[in-house]
Structures are given as structure tokens and as C-alpha cells.
Design a protein around this ligand. Structure first.
Ligand SMILES: Nc1ncnc2c1ncn2[C@@H]1O[C@H](COP(=O)(O)OP(=O)(O)OP(=O)(O)O)[C@@H](O)[C@H]1O
Length: 331
């Protein structure tokens, strides 16, 4: 049994997701205490407890303390099974974070899996669904993760109701070295639901303006829909780097487009291979398969994720700070 102090480092939800994910992959039971102790709303949020319950279902795990508000969780996994699963995250919780939590286990399952996940696809403080499908999954694929994601319908805060299908095929994870950025054009999607058509156009035009001034051409798809939830956003990507922003009342569409483009331009200015978010999201795969990658910086999410992974796996991850910073894990 591995004991994890959930208030270590960043002390957020990611320690919990990474700990249960690696527990399911290694078969090593884990007890996580002091969960999100320093957050204004301590303990598990509904989003976290849904992720743990979903992973428990896939890995036939025995659990204790998995409910919103809980500060201590026990997770004792069985065998990870492929199959057909249907998960619903209430309160527009992030579909992407749920998938980040399940993916290491699904990659090592006893067969292919098809998941439908309902919840929020473009919500704050989490990867947009396009960051997951266009930036993270291609990078995970370099480590041998075979997954295909289809966005059937977006879901915005607070109503959610997004619908995503994930198909995975298990296999051996393989060492990868992502040391230089992938050269490629900037692509993107500007999207909205139940808002005037000009919102997606203005978001995209503002983004293109910022990107042009920085020397990048971009092709941005426009997606204006009428869905159960209302909202807007834009995600831009190039290789293993992304930038995104979400609309909100009072925030002009031009500002939303510029914010996403400025984020991507800042990431592209670095010689690093991956963006600052992907750098923490890749840690479980680096720890499982070995290899290396470069990132613009070492965030506290990244160092906390390395610490969590080191509790489950012997492979030592070393980090050289700088821009680019190098993350490396031996054979
Ligand atoms: N704009 C973004 N693009 C891509 N990834 C993002 C973005 N914003 C956040 N993330 C990623 O989402 C994850 C958030 O982890 P974090 O622990 O903060 O989540 P949480 O479960 O909401 O926890 P808490 O509420 O305790 O902070 C990290 O992997 C982070 O890199």
C-alpha cells in the first residue's frame, strides 16, 4: 500500500488523478490523505470523485471515501478491463481531465475500450477538448498510447451536456524523445453555442491578427451551434503546443481570440518541444516508458506530478531547468 500526502507540492486534484491512475496501471493499492487541504473548497470535488469512480469501474477497484468533500481515499485496483463504458460528469466537470485520468490504465487494459463521456468539454482550469485531441493525444501516441477521440457535442459551463467518444486499443508503451518542436502550421477551432454567428468570426479574426503579427499563418475552423449549453471558446495548436481561451459575459470576442493566440505565441517562442501544460500531462507516460522531452518551464504541476509518479515507479525522472527545460527518464 502506497501512502500519498495529497497536500504535497501543488496539493490539487492532479495528485489524486495521477495517484489512482498509476495505482491502476501498477496494481499497487494507494491511500491518499489530506486531499486538496489548502484549497478554498477542500476535499474531492464532484469532478474528482467521478474520475476515481470511473477508474474504479474500469480497473475493478475496491474504494473507500470516494464522494465529494472527502479528504481521504483508498483505491485498491484489480484487473483493468476493456469494454464499453458510459460515464457522466455532473456540473460540467471536465471531460478532458477524466480522460487524462483513465488513459494510462486504458492503454494497459486487457482489450480495446469504447467510452462515452458526458460533461464539460470547454471549461475553465482544464485542458479544452481540442487541447486533448490535437495536442496531448498525438504526444501520448509517441509513447505508444493508441486512442481516438470524437467530439459529438461540446458542453460549456454551467450546463455541460457535452458528449465525447473515446476509443482505445491497449499495447506496450514505448520510450519516446520529444526534443524539438514539430514544424507545422497553426490550426484552430473557434466555436460557440447559442450565440450570434459573428462571435466565432471575431474570435478567429482577432487570433489570426495576433498570430500574423508574430509571423504565423493560421487556419481556423468556425463552429457555431445550438446545443443544450451556451458558451464560446477558441483553441489553437501547432505540433505539441496549444493555446486556448473561453468566452465569458463582458469579455469581447476579440479579446478571447487574442488571449488564445498570445498564449500559443508565447509557447511557440520557446525552443521546447511541448507546451507548459503538456509537460505535466506527459509525466505518467515518461515514468512508465522512459524517454525525454523539452518544455518551456517546469511548473509546480509538473514537479508535483513527477513526485507522485516516483511513489509508484522506480524510474527516476530528472529535470534540467531552463528554457527549454529537459525532462528525462532512464531505461
Ligand atoms: N488551458 C489549459 N490547457 C491545457 N491544459 C490545461 C489548461 N489549464 C489547465 N490545464 C491542465 O489541467 C490540469 C489541472 O490540474 P489541477 O490539479 O489544477 O486540476 P484540478 O483537478 O482542477 O485541481 P484543483 O481544483 O485542486 O486545482 C493540469 O494537467 C493542467 O496542466
Amino acid at each position: 500500500m502506497i501512502d500519498i500526502n495529497g497536500s504535497s507540492g501543488e496539493g490539487g486534484g492532479q495528485i489524486v488523478r495521477t495517484a489512482v491512475a498509476l495505482s491502476a496501471v501498477t496494481g499497487e493499492p494507494v491511500r491518499i490523505t489530506r486531499i486538496r487541504e489548502m484549497r478554498p473548497n477542500p476535499g474531492l470535488s464532484p469532478q474528482h470523485s467521478t474520475a476515481i469512480s470511473a477508474l474504479a469501474k474500469i480497473s475493478d477497484a475496491r474504494t473507500e471515501g470516494v464522494r465529494p468533500g472527502s479528504r481521504e481515499v483508498l483505491f485498491s485496483p484489480g484487473r483493468v478491463r476493456g469494454g464499453v463504458y458510459d460515464f457522466e460528469i455532473g456540473t460540467a466537470g471536465s471531460v478532458s481531465l477524466l480522460i487524462h485520468c483513465l488513459l494510462p490504465a486504458l492503454a494497459r487494459a486487457d482489450g480495446p475500450a469504447t467510452l462515452t463521456v458526458r460533461g464539460g468539454t470547454d471549461v475553465r482550469w482544464s485542458p479544452t477538448i481540442d487541447h486533448l485531441s490535437r495536442v496531448a493525444l498525438p504526444a501520448f501516441a509517441s509513447f505508444g498510447v493508441r486512442a481516438r477521440l470524437t467530439v459529438e457535442r461540446r458542453g460549456y459551463f454551467p450546463r455541460g451536456g457535452g458528449l465525447v467518444t473515446l476509443e482505445t486499443v491497449p499495447g506496450e508503451l514505448v520510450r519516446a524523445d520529444l526534443s524539438a518542436p514539430v514544424a507545422g502550421a497553426v490550426e484552430g477551432v473557434s466555436h460557440s453555442s447559442n450565440l450570434p454567428e459573428h462571435v466565432v468570426r471575431r474570435q478567429a479574426e482577432a487570433a489570426i491578427g495576433v498570430l500574423r503579427r508574430a509571423g504565423f499563418d493560421a487556419e481556423i475552423a468556425a463552429e457555431a451551434r445550438a446545443l443544450p449549453s451556451t458558451g464560446s471558446g477558441i483553441t489553437l495548436w501547432s505540433g505539441w503546443k496549444g493555446g486556448s481561451a473561453l468566452g465569458e459575459r463582458g469579455l469581447p470576442a476579440e479579446r478571447v481570440g487574442s488571449l488564445a493566440a498570445e498564449e500559443l505565441v508565447a509557447q511557440l517562442a520557446s525552443k521546447a518541444a511541448v507546451d507548459r501544460h503538456l509537460a505535466d500531462q506527459l509525466v505518467p507516460y515518461l515514468a512508465l516508458a522512459g524517454g525525454s522531452y523539452t518544455a518551456p518551464e517546469v511548473t509546480s504541476h509538473a514537479s508535483t506530478n513527477i513526485w507522485t509518479a516516483s511513489r509508484f515507479l522506480d524510474r527516476v525522472i530528472s529535470v534540467e531547468e531552463g528554457d527549454p527545460a529537459t525532462f528525462r527518464a532512464g531505461l
